[in-house]
Design a protein around this ligand. Structure first.
Ligand SMILES: *Cc1c(COP(=O)(O)O)cnc(C)c1O
Length: 466
C-alpha cells in the first residue's frame, strides 16, 4: 500500500514510513493512494467478533509489508489489553434509533487512546528493528497529549514533548500530562491557544535541518496511522446494528477532523454509512464551511468542551483532497490562501461532494449543558461536554436510519462542567484516584519556535549523550 501527500510533491511512502514521518515534507498530509474495498460478505463476517479481530481485519490491507500478520495481531492485542471494558467500544441505546458509542474506556479516558495505544506499540516494534530513536512532538487541546504520554512514557528510544495551551485544558487533562515522572516525558505549557501549539509544531516539521537532526516524529492526527486505528470502531458499531444489511449514520464531536475523517474511510471501504454528521461547539468553522462553502478562521473562543476549541482543522485537508478528486494542486492553492488570507472558498463541485458525505450542526454552551442535564434524566447516562455536543447535534439529524453518536471522553475528565449541569461530580476510576496528590512537572514556553527548538535540542542531547 502506497501513501501520497495531499500536496503532491512529497515522496511516496509505505505504511511504516508514513507512520514514522507524520507530516509530509511538502506540508501536506499522507493519504492512501487508493482506499481498498471490503466485500459485503467480509463486512457481514465481522459480526460478533472480538474488537481486536475486527481491528486486524479492517486495518490489514492498509499496512502492507510493514508488519507481518502474527506480529500485527500481537501488537493489536497489547494495545487494547489496558482498556477497562471487555467490549473496548461498547454501544448503548439512548432513545429509539439513537445509540451512543462509548470510546472512553482506555487508559486516559478519551477516544484518543484507541489510536495512541496502538501506535505506541507499532512505533516500538518498528524502532526496535532498526535501533533508531525518535523525538515525538505533539500539540494538544487536552486529550492527545495525555494519550501520547501514556503510550510512550518510559521508552528508551523515544522522547515525547507535548505542547498544550496554558490555562486552557481541564485540571484533570493537565495533571495527566504533568504528573508522569518518566525522564522521556516533557510537558510544555505554551502561551496561546491550541492553534498556536499546532502552528509551532508544523513550523518545526518544516525546518528540515532541525527535523532531521532530532528525528522528529508526529503523533497528531496528521499521522495516518492514528486515523486508521479510528476506522475500526465505525465497523464494529455499524455491524452490531445490522450492517452491511442496514445502513447507519454517525454524529461525531469534531475539532481537528481526524475522528470523523476515519468514518469517511470506513464509508469509502464499503461500510454503508448514510451520513457523517459534524458536531461543533461555538468554534464552528467546519459547520460554517459546510453551510456556506467559505472556510474562514476566527479567534478561538474557550468553551466547556475544550478538546474541540480549534479553528484550523488539519484533517479537513484530507477531506478536501478527496472532494477535489485527488487534485493536489488545487489543495495546495487553498492551503496557501488560508496561510496568507486566513480564508478560502471551496468550489461548488467539491462542496457538493462534501455534502453527499457530511452534514453538520453547531451547539451553544447553554445547549451543551442542557443536553448533559436532560440525557442524565432521560437515560441515566452521564455525558462529558464533548459527547453532549454530539448528542445535541445528532438529535437534530434523527430519521429512519439508526444514528450512532460517538462519546469521545469520560465525564470524569471534565468534572466541573458535568457537576454544573447535573449536581453530580463524576469520580475518576480507582487507578487514577490519587491524580491530584501527585507532583506536577511542566516547562512554560512563550510562542517562540527558536526557544522551543533550543529546549528540545538540549533535552534530547542530554539523553542521547551527543
Ligand atoms: C480530540 C477530541 C475531539 C475532537 O476530535 P478530532 O479528531 O480532533 O475531530 C472531540 N472530543 C474529545 C473528548 C477529544 O479529545
Amino acid at each position: 500500500m502506497n501513501y501520497i501527500s495531499t500536496r503532491g510533491t512529497a515522496p511516496v511512502l509505505d505504511f511504516g514510513q508514513t507512520m514514522l514521518t507524520g507530516l509530509a515534507r511538502d506540508g501536506g498530509l499522507y493519504v492512501p493512494a487508493e482506499v481498498p474495498r471490503m466485500p459485503q460478505a467480509e463486512i457481514a463476517a465481522l459480526a460478533g467478533l472480538p474488537y481486536e479481530e475486527v481491528a486486524f481485519r479492517v486495518m490489514r490491507p492498509f499496512v502492507g509489508d510493514s508488519f507481518g500478520d502474527a506480529e500485527f495481531r500481537r501488537l493489536i492485542d497489547k494495545a487494547y489489553a489496558g482498556f477497562d471494558h471487555a467490549a473496548r467500544a461498547p454501544l448503548k441505546q439512548l432513545a429509539p434509533g439513537h445509540f451512543l458509542l462509548e470510546l472512553f474506556h482506555g487508559p486516559t479516558l478519551a477516544f484518543k487512546d484507541f489510536a495512541m495505544q496502538l501506535i505506541g506499540q507499532l512505533f516500538q516494534a518498528a524502532l526496535a528493528r532498526t535501533g533508531e530513536r525518535v523525538t515525538i512532538v505533539g500539540a494538544t487541546s487536552g486529550d492527545t497529549g495525555s494519550a501520547a504520554i501514556e503510550a510512550f512514557r518510559g521508552l528508551s528510544n523515544v522522547d515525547v514533548f507535548i505542547l498544550f495551551p496554558q490555562g486552557r485544558v481541564s485540571d484533570v487533562q493537565r495533571r495527566q500530562m504533568t504528573t508522569p515522572a518518566d525522564a522521556n516525558v516533557h510537558a510544555i505549557a505554551v502561551e496561546g491557544d491550541f492553534d498556536t501549539c499546532q502552528r509551532l509544531l508544523k513550523e518545526m516539521f518544516n525546518d528540515f535541518a532541525f527535523r532531521d537532526r532530532v528525528r522528529l516524529a508526529g503523533v497528531n492526527s496528521i499521522n495516518w496511522a492514528r486515523v486508521l486505528a479510528q476506522v475500526v470502531y465505525y465497523f464494529s458499531a455499524a455491524v452490531a446494528l445490522g450492517a452491511p444489511h442496514r445502513a447507519v449514520s454517525f454524529t461525531v464531536p469534531t475539532g481537528n477532523f481526524g475522528d470523523i475523517f476515519a468514518g469517511s474511510i470506513a464509508r469509502a471501504m464499503g461500510l454503508p454509512i448514510e451520513r457523517l454528521v459534524i458536531a461543533t461547539n461555538q468554534n464552528d468553522i467546519l459547520h460554517r464551511c459546510l453551510s456556506s462553502g467559505e472556510y474562514r478562521t476566527e479567534a478561538v473562543m474557550p468553551s466547556i468542551s475544550p478538546s474541540m476549541d480549534i479553528q484550523v482543522s488539519s484533517n479537513f485537508e484530507r477531506a478536501l483532497f478527496h472532494a477535489y478528486d485527488g487534485d493536489a494542486g488545487a489543495v495546495s492553492q487553498l492551503m496557501e490562501e488560508l496561510r496568507v488570507a486566513g480564508r478560502f472558498t471551496v468550489s461548488q463541485g467539491a462542496l457538493e461532494g462534501l455534502r453527499e458525505i457530511y452534514a453538520s450542526g453547531r451547539v451553544s454552551e447553554g445547549q451543551t449543558g442542557d443536553t448533559i442535564t436532560r440525557t442524565l434524566a432521560q437515560t441515566g447516562e452521564l455525558l462529558c461536554p464533548h459527547s453532549a455536543v454530539g448528542v445535541a447535534v445528532a438529535e437534530q439529524h434523527l430519521g429512519t436510519t439508526p444514528m450512532i453518536t460517538l462519546a469521545t471522553a469520560h465525564p470524569a475528565k471534565f468534572p466541573d462542567a458535568v457537576q454544573a449541569a447535573t449536581g453530580i461530580r463524576p469520580a475518576l476510576p480507582p487507578r487514577m484516584a490519587d491524580l491530584f496528590d501527585r507532583p506536577e512537572r511542566m516547562t512554560p514556553m512563550p510562542d517562540d519556535r527558536q526557544a522551543l527548538q533550543a529546549l528540545i535540542l538540549e533535552r534530547t542531547a542530554e539523553r542521547m549523550g551527543a
